[in-house]
Design a protein around this ligand. Structure first.
Ligand SMILES: NC(=O)C1=CN([C@@H]2O[C@H](COP(=O)(O)OP(=O)(O)OC[C@H]3O[C@@H](n4cnc5c(N)ncnc54)[C@H](O)[C@@H]3O)[C@@H](O)[C@H]2O)C=CC1
Ligand SMILES: O=C(O)C(=O)Cc1ccc(O)cc1
Length: 367
């Protein structure tokens, strides 16, 4: 059986491993520096087999995926370059930045395979293999960043595999273009969210009403500030060039609005919000999976076939609108997990109450 190796079995590596395992015939092997992650991944059936040795994990693999923090990926490539890899193998990664790793891989003439950078544009503020799920990338964009000299057949081979496994929408982009675009729509917003949270936490230190009143819009707006600090440190350092330019533009935009407020300039302030409203309304529809849906509930269930109907009926009877329902884990010897998606937080709360009252164990993104 052909083999794939996933190096780093956290949220993204674990989710990718699940996709490959469920929807391709590849035998999926995993390697992680954390023994606990390997143990959990094996126990949950995320991978066919775990390894504590990098060499045995990648031996004979047709596909190798690096799913480690972006600051760690170059060192992992150094180690791969020392190992005998399967002739003709494809090495890819899932890192949030692309120029640095693509340039680094290009420097390895002795790397025993073709490197093609990759970035699935879906995830969450959670991390670790416990949060992995095979539906994570469905309908999301998945960017590949081959170089002009990368053989087209290899790009198509990887793209075909990933499309089938992840059900994502594969797109191709130049690495530096990717980094500027993703810098603007993901990296800068993470900085702004963290800065807002830090600013308000400073005020709250002397008056706790700041946090008490922050339950609504502020909480939604700053959700991503709960993301993994080390992961985001690495991303900013790796995308330094683009991020510095974007921060300059951000600071100019803040200066503009500050001046307009100071001058009491009604028209300029209104125009600031009007431009934003129009641009926001012109954004493409949020499709399932493009960003992790906000209102998700998970239900532990012992017996999948009958239980989907029971849960759906129970919620239907109570008038709770269910947008989507899916099975996240389905092994005969284990309890499964149902993933329920709602359009509003209020519906999620109602569903949580009804299901708990009926004896189901439920948990959501906050648990
Ligand atoms: N979290 C997200 O929403 C998204 C993250 N990414 C990218 O995916 C990559 C992985 O992120 P997550 O899965 O979220 O992180 P994670 O923290 O859930 O998983 C990372 C895993 O890599 C392991 N690891 C660290 N150094 C290693 C090494 N040298 N060799 C083997 N394993 C090692 C860790 O033990 C951990 O299990 C990062 O490069 C990130 O930029 C991409 C898209 C979305
Ligand atoms: O939690 C969220 O909304 C995210 O922003 C997830 C995410 C994080 C990092 C990426 O490179 C891509 C997607």
């Amino acid at each position: 059986m052909a083999k794939a190796a996933v190096l780093g079995i956290g949220l993204i590596g674990g989710s990718l491993a699940l996709c490959l395992k469920e929807r391709t015939s590849l035998e999926v092997h995993g390697f992680d520096t954390s023994e606990e992650s390997i143990r959990l991944a094996e126990a949950a059936g995320v991978i066919h087999r775990g390894h504590q040795s990098l060499e045995s994990a990648v031996q004979g693999a047709e596909y190798i995926f690096l799913a480690v923090p972006v600051g760690t990926a170059p060192r992992l490539l150094d180690r791969l370059a020392e190992l005998p890899l399967q002739t003709g193998c494809i090495i890819s990664d899932v890192g949030s930045t692309k120029e640095e790793i693509v340039n680094y891989a290009e420097g390895f003439s002795q790397l025993g395979g073709t490197f093609i950078g990759g970035h699935p544009m879906a995830g969450s503020h959670r991390s670790g293999v416990q949060a992995a799920q095979s539906l994570l990338f469905e309908n999301a964009y998945y960017v590949l960043t081959p170089l002009p000299e990368t053989p087209l057949a290899e790009v198509q081979r990887l793209s075909g595999l990933l499309e089938r496994a992840t059900r994502a929408r594969l797109v191709i982009m130049a690495p530096e273009h990717h980094d500027r675009v993703v810098g603007a729509i993901s990296h800068l917003p993470h900085i702004v969210a963290a800065a807002l949270v830090n600013q308000v936490a400073g005020y709250n230190a002397s008056n706790e009403w700041f946090h008490r009143l922050a339950a609504g819009g502020f909480r939604d707006l700053t959700r991503v500030a709960a993301s993994h600090p080390l992961m985001w440190r690495d991303i900013l350092l790796s995308n330094r060039k683009a991020v510095l330019g974007l921060l300059q533009d951000w600071s100019d935009e803040m200066d503009e609005i500050r001046k307009a407020v100071a001058a009491g300039d009604h028209d300029q302030i209104e125009s600031f919000f009007r431009r934003a409203k129009e641009a926001r309304e012109g954004l493409p529809e949020r499709r399932k999976g493009v960003i992790l849906p906000a209102y998700e509930l998970y239900v532990d269930v012992p017996d999948i076939p009958g239980v989907i109907g029971r849960v759906a009926c129970l919620l239907g009877d109570k008038g709770v609108n269910l947008r989507n329902i899916g099975v996240m884990e389905n092994r005969e010897d284990r309890a499964g997990v149902l993933r329920l998606v709602f359009n509003t937080g209020a519906e999620l709360e109602k569903a949580k109450r009804y299901l708990t009252e009926s004896g189901y164990q439920v948990f959501d993104m906050e648990s």
